[in-house]
Design a protein around this ligand. Structure first.
Ligand SMILES: NC(=O)c1ccc[n+]([C@@H]2O[C@H](COP(=O)([O-])OP(=O)(O)OC[C@H]3O[C@@H](n4cnc5c(N)ncnc54)[C@H](OP(=O)(O)O)[C@@H]3O)[C@@H](O)[C@H]2O)c1
Length: 291
């Protein structure tokens, strides 16, 4: 069973594994209800959205499922994102893929997410990508308007460098509660280049997107098979356990579209990697012993 943890001392309590809905777009409402129910039964109560997922369609699909099964909405926390403007038939005004973190766009996007999802508030709203034209005062004004109206409880960012994070934070009265970054055993750079250390210093838990490398797990049987046998675990559980062992309280955002694999991920919470096995996986991915 997946337990819940504080994302930040002054932030929300979310499930330590988060269900990402990016890949849930070729799915019927009944299948989405099944994925939500499977997640909730496993203790995965937090769902990660973005306005753009499924070509601007996933929030509406998810909201449709919640309207069919109204008891579900009160049992979950919703994370969503804004700030990327895609080229899409649904957005005829977009001439080029671009970012928009203007006050008007942030507020309109959050209100649109609320309407499509059919929920009373968003637990966390993230700026999806660092915008080179980001005006921190405008972002602060947008966050203030959304917080004051009760539409969004907490704010964070995604894919920000430590410097970009600090810049925005300097203009905000409340802490950014997360930075959702690409991080896995297969893409460990953020753990090695100071990005995770920076968040850890601020007591801001990272969310790790593509924690299984998006399903591309170039495992080496010589390393993984003995570990999997010893821990009675699958390779994907070893990869998740490697993230969960880090003291910065990483929240992996899993992306599977299969109920069995949601349950498989949830069982990882009982798997505690030994320190030397953690270093063995680090040595495998970096190709060298630590100094
Ligand atoms: N902030 C950002 O910029 C950003 C970027 C990308 C993603 N995200 C978020 O992160 C979430 C997760 O990303 P992701 O989907 O790339 O994560 P992931 O969990 O690393 O990859 C999921 C993919 O791996 C496949 N897979 C293969 N073997 C698996 C196994 N044993 N267990 C589970 N899955 C397995 C899944 O296929 P099946 O469906 O067939 O299981 C699915 O296609 C997204 O849904 C989204 O919410 C955020």
């Amino acid at each position: 069973m997946v337990s819940s943890h504080l994302l930040h001392p002054n932030g929300p309590t979310l499930s330590r594994l988060i269900a990402g809905v990016w890949r849930w777009h070729h799915t019927s409402p009944q299948q989405i209800i099944r994925l939500i129910e499977t997640s909730l039964e496993a203790g995965i109560t937090t769902f990660d959205h973005a306005d753009i997922y499924g070509d601007y369609g996933n929030e509406a699909l998810f909201g449709h499922a919640l309207r069919l099964q109204p008891s579900l909405a009160g049992r979950m926390q919703i994370v969503t994102k804004c700030g990327i403007n895609l080229m899409s038939d649904k957005k005829p005004g977009h001439r080029i893929k671009h970012y928009d973190t203007s006050r008007a766009h942030i507020v309109t996007s959050a209100e649109n997410s609320l309407r499509l999802l059919g929920v009373t508030h968003l637990d966390v709203l993230l700026l999806h990508r660092p915008d080179p034209l980001l005006n921190a005062e405008e972002v602060a004004a947008a966050f203030d308007a959304l917080k004051t109206s009760g539409k969004v409880k907490y704010f964070g960012v995604s894919n920000f460098t430590p410097a970009q994070f600090d810049l925005l934070q300097a203009y905000l009265p409340a802490p950014l509660v997360t930075n959702q970054i690409e991080l896995s055993l297969f893409q460990p750079q953020a753990l090695l280049d100071g990005t995770v250390d920076h968040l850890y210093r601020l007591r801001t838990a990272p969310m790790a997107w593509s924690p299984l490398g998006g399903g591309r797990m170039p495992v080496d049987e010589h390393v993984f098979f003995p570990l999997a046998t010893r821990y009675n675990a699958t390779y994907s559980q070893l990869a998740l356990a490697w993230l969960l062992k880090h003291p910065a309280s990483i929240f992996p955002v899993i992306g599977t579209t299969q109920p069995d694999r949601i349950r498989e991920a949830a069982h990882t919470m009982q798997l505690h990697l030994d320190r030397q096995d953690w270093f063995e996986l680090l040595r495998w991915i970096t190709g060298k012993d630590v100094a």
